[in-house]
Design a binder for this molecule. Structure first.
Ligand code: PEP
Ligand code: MG
Length: 755
């Protein structure tokens, strides 16, 4: 038996007519399977559609028992149809019943059919269903027949995606396209965000599936491919992008793919089969996706993103839209989904309704994450391949506390999250009431609560959070979100703006903490084997004093007539502080000579982040005007545990004997020398660990603004001498198995301290 040679084109023409007819969903589907069966000279053509409960239901058939429609079903992975859906791979079998996965469905009456050709109905690489043809005789379907059936499946994918089939499934179950999905990634910024999906790089939606004239369409496709190739060559010409190693690698991959003859040939074939050029690009990309997702080789799987990007670029060439992010109509609360994103791009979305961010690739120290944290936006990251599952406008919940993203949540799940959010809002109101209350423990100890900041947009939070000042202003953020090195005038303007808007409250500016993992795109530094231990922060600043001097100058000028507090990151030996003090002294002299007004007072502090300082505590306390413990780095270096390594995140606790003893030693030394001491870093921002820090002697802590309320609620209920008694006993004891977080939480519970 032979199928019609003019097959695919004629079939697609028929299907186009069916798609245009005014028909009910079931009728349309029935006609589609009839046409496919006739065109492919098959005795059976059936469509199975994936439901949200992971069941593939027979939606229409020509040739099998009509009574089995909406009755026969298989689980994903079960039977031939289930295997095709699970693997997103076609099966071409002369004798279906010999295949080990074959499952007999008696209600369909399929036992008389031997040969079987099944293809997945793919959309962006996801199987939404399975399309099958069967014949009585034993035959192997030819490659062109397989290709034709895959092309036809594309039409069905669009039909499913339009939602037309929704509602005709058995017992009204919703379809797989809309099924809820939950993914566990990595928490990058705390909080809970609910909203509608916005794709940062929206896929071009292909609405025109068929072509009128294959030759013309192939010419259109070829023209678009040439423009694509030229646009990629153009990117190479742009020096700034092409110089950088990583960018260059990506571009090389793009160029290779854009010239991949196999890719172009497969798209041409799909056009010759009757698809419009856009639909052909999408079909071939869906096949690619399904194929590459099966790759065990992570390098090849990673390249999938490049290929996706390229296909999207080609679609944009075809529909005449510019490259890069497209303005979306944003209405109401929304969550942005991106593979990766620059920090400045995130700011473009920050219109007050941005509720969350999901990033496939970003890690905790990426710039965009730092900025999102500063904005109080929950972020979940490290979810490769996630974006492909989402459609613009889908409901989504980003649980930044747990690192979980729920796409299209079921109503009860959504409700539970909404309740959690209301609860949080209630808490926030409670915290707002605490805002103007004194920050004093039950026994009358005054605690200074400061906030961390780094951008101008953080500043309104100073008043909102009730912080008594800024304990850590990370000046590197301005440098990190900027495309070029901020000019001295720009730096000065930012610092002046900061000081102008804090209403006389103290601000501690930290000098540039770059290098290592905090990369400035415009500053070419050699790759390092151990960036955390590398040429960074104050080390870099002292070796390249020009940069430090211009920053100090900007700070001195901005603080004219006011108090200036400067702090140095990653000090390892005390002489580094002295060197900077000399640079400042010289700069003050110079500026005074030029007639610039200088700050009324100037204090120079050091961050205690490197354990070597623990054996220079006397010298440190004498040399620095104040000391701030950078607990993130001090913890990572003390425990030899990379702060960005997810596998180590829960292994060691800062609320452990060695670390708390060490923090206590620092606090005692500061008291002895009467040196002002602060602690900044994540542990200051969680009520339980903040309690531990107060317990070992700290009276000033700096944290993200969102953490201030919960920490204050904790401390106003805290009897500090009682806690100190409990903690000292543990820290001075010899029990090496003591679980301090557990001990502290039971202390909090029995003393009714919220934590
Ligand atoms: C720290 O290391 O604790 C700190 C506050 O600095 P950063 O997190 O910016 O390294
Ligand atoms: Mg640090």
């Amino acid at each position: 038996m032979k199928s019609d040679v003019s097959g695919p084109r004629v079939l697609l023409r028929r299907l186009r007519e069916v798609m245009a007819e005014r028909l009910g969903a079931q009728e349309r589907l029935n006609k589609i399977v009839q046409h496919i069966a006739r065109n492919m000279v098959a005795e059976v053509c059936s469509v199975y559609v994936l439901r949200s409960d992971e069941i593939l239901e027979l939606f229409a058939t020509e040739g099998l028992n009509p009574e089995s429609v909406h009755v026969a079903s298989l689980r994903v992975g079960q039977g031939l149809v289930g295997t095709i859906a699970a693997s997103a791979r076609s099966l071409n079998l002369p004798e279906a019943q010999r295949h080990p996965a074959f499952t007999y469905l008696p209600e369909t009456g399929e036992e008389v059919f031997h040969s079987f050709l099944g293809v997945p109905i793919l959309r962006v690489g996801r199987a939404l269903g399975v399309l099958v043809v069967q014949n009585r005789e034993h035959r192997v379907y030819r490659d062109d027949e397989l290709e034709a059936l895959e092309t036809t499946a594309m039409v069905l994918a669009e039909l499913i995606a339009t939602g037309e089939l929704e509602g005709i499934a058995n017992k009204g179950t919703s379809l797989g396209l809309n099924r809820p999905l939950q993914f566990e990634g990595v928490s990058l910024s705390d909080g809970l965000g609910l909203g509608k999906v916005i794709l940062h790089e929206p896929r071009v939606v292909v609405t025109n599936l068929f072509n009128e004239d294959a030759d013309k369409e192939v010419a259109r496709l070829k023209k678009a491919v040439v423009s694509l190739q030229v646009s990629i060559d153009d990117l190479f010409q742009k020096g700034d992008v092409a110089q950088d190693g990583e960018h260059r690698e990506v571009l090389e991959a793009y160029r290779m793919f854009a010239n991949d003859r196999g890719w172009i040939r497969r798209m041409e074939e799909a056009v010759r089969n009757g698809l419009a050029a856009e639909a052909a690009v999408e079909k071939v990309q869906s096949d690619n996706r399904a194929r590459m997702l099966r790759q065990p080789n992570p390098y090849l799987r990673d390249r999938l993103n490049d290929f996706d990007d390229l296909a999207n670029r080609l679609l944009r060439e075809l529909v005449g839209k510019p490259h890069g992010p497209v303005d979306e109509e944003i209405m109401g609360d929304f969550v942005v989904l991106a593979r990766s994103m620059g920090a400045a791009e995130l700011l473009d979305y920050n219109n007050g309704e941005l509720r969350g961010l999901v990033l496939e690739e970003a890690g905790p120290t990426s710039h965009v994450v730092i900025v999102a944290r500063a904005l109080g936006i929950p972020v979940v990251g490290q979810l490769p391949g996630f974006v492909a599952n989402a459609e613009p406008g889908n409901d989504i919940v980003v649980d930044g506390d747990e690192g979980i993203v729920t796409l299209r949540p079921q109503p009860d799940v959504q409700l539970a999250y909404q309740e959690k959010q209301h609860f949080r809002e209630g808490q926030r109101e409670k915290y707002a009431k605490l805002r103007n209350k004194p920050s004093v423990t039950v026994d009358g100890t005054q605690i200074e609560l400061l906030m961390n900041a780094g951008l101008l947009m953080d500043l309104p939070q100073l008043a909102e959070s009730g912080a008594s000042g800024i304990g850590l202003f990370r000046t590197e953020l301005q440098f990190m979100i900027s495309a070029t090195l901020p000019r001295p005038g720009e730096q000065e303007e930012l610092y002046r703006n900061v000081l102008d808007s804090v209403d006389g409250k103290p601000v501690t500016f930290r000098t540039l903490d770059v290098g290592g993992d905090k990369v400035l795109p415009y500053m070419q530094l050699a790759a390092e084997e151990n960036p955390a231990l590398g040429w960074r922060a104050i080390r870099l600043a002292l070796d390249r004093p020009g940069l430090l001097r211009s920053q100090i100058r900007a700070l001195l000028k901005a603080a004219a007539g006011r108090s200036l507090r400067l702090m140095l990151p990653l000090v390892t030996e005390v002489w580094e502080i002295e060197q900077v003090r000399n640079i400042i002294r010289r700069e003050v002299e110079l500026q005074t000579r030029f007639g610039h007004e200088m700050p009324r007072s100037l204090e120079l502090g050091a961050m205690l982040e490197v354990p070597s300082l623990l054996w220079q505590l006397d010298e440190l306390m004498q040399s620095a005007d104040f000391v701030s413990v950078g607990s993130n780095d001090l913890f990572q270096f003390t425990m030899a545990a990379d702060r960005g390594n997810a596998n180590l995140a829960r292994r060691f606790s800062p609320m452990s004997k060695p670390y708390l003893r060490l923090l206590r030693d620092i606090a005692r030394k500061a008291d002895e020398h009467n040196t002002s001491l602060t602690l900044c870093g994540e542990i200051a921002g969680r009520p339980l660990s903040a309690m531990a820090i107060l317990g070992v002697g700290y009276r000033s802590i700096s944290m993200s603004p969102a953490a201030l309320g919960p920490v204050k609620a904790m401390l106003v209920s805290l009897d500090l001498p009682r806690l100190k008694g409990v903690l000292d006993q543990v820290l001075d004891g010899e029990d090496v198995n003591i679980d301090i977080p557990k001990l502290l939480s039971s202390f909090a519970e029995s003393n009714k301290i919220p934590y």
